[in-house]
Design a protein. Structure first.
Length: 227
């Protein structure tokens, strides 16, 4: 696994440029850029920069998934989909069918299976044993969680399924999350992290520490973009 830590002067702009470099390379090589978005507040400014700097990107060749979702309707204030729609999708020419939304408004088990089936269908068409993202964006909680993989959760031990229901310590507690097998199948993972209080945690995990859930993300390449 290749691990890099980047501390850009302009976090949002340089994170957006990082994503766009991967997007253009994937489209040139494979005709499609498969990107997983993260939730929380950190991506908001990155999305805004992505929309501006990536205005010329062929968004019809971008396929969006979500690393996790809260079990709420898509117009709810806590919805990761709503945040991405307001900050990115509404600002770029991405076809609605290219955005794979997790249906947080239905029963968690049903939503997880539905999403898993959707990704499996794409993987089968591509001849892959499981869906391969070109780039997965993840966040980092102060407790070391990423996506909705929290310390002590049974979800940490999932070794077969790609998407499962999970429970978080903060409201809304019910979540749907990608699992380590799916995250680790990605070509590249980028953690977007802001806040000086997380710097020591980033250093520990980037150095190989596996005590925290984020430390168990072991894709072929992992980049930490730290603001």
């Amino acid at each position: 696994m290749q691990t890099d830590v980047i501390r850009p002067a302009d976090f949002a702009a340089e994170a957006a440029q990082f994503i766009l470099r991967h997007a253009r390379a994937a489209i040139a090589e494979r005709g499609l850029f498969r990107l997983a978005l993260s939730g929380g507040n950190t991506p908001r400014a990155v999305h805004a920069q992505l929309a501006v700097l990536g205005a010329d990107l062929p968004w019809n060749r971008v396929q969006i998934t979500f690393g996790d979702e809260r079990c709420v309707p898509p117009d709810h204030a806590d919805s990761n989909y709503r945040m991405a729609r307001e900050t990115l999708f509404d600002a770029v020419a991405i076809p609605a069918g290219n955005v794979f939304r997790i249906r947080g408004e239905i029963a968690p088990a049903a939503a997880a299976h539905e999403y898993e089936d959707k990704l499996a269908a794409v993987a089968a068409r591509c001849g892959e044993p499981r869906y391969v993202h070109d780039l997965v964006l993840l966040g980092l909680g102060e407790d070391g969680h990423t996506a909705s993989l929290f310390p002590g959760s049974p979800a940490l031990d999932e070794a077969a399924r790609n998407v499962i229901p999970a429970t978080g310590p903060k409201p809304p507690p019910q979540r749907i999350t990608m699992t380590f097998p799916l995250l680790n199948a990605a070509r590249h993972v980028a953690f977007l992290v802001t806040g000086a209080g997380k710097h020591a945690l980033v250093e520990e995990i980037a150095a190989g520490g596996t005590e925290y859930p984020a430390g168990r993300v072991r894709a072929a390449a992992v980049t930490w973009i730290v603001g």
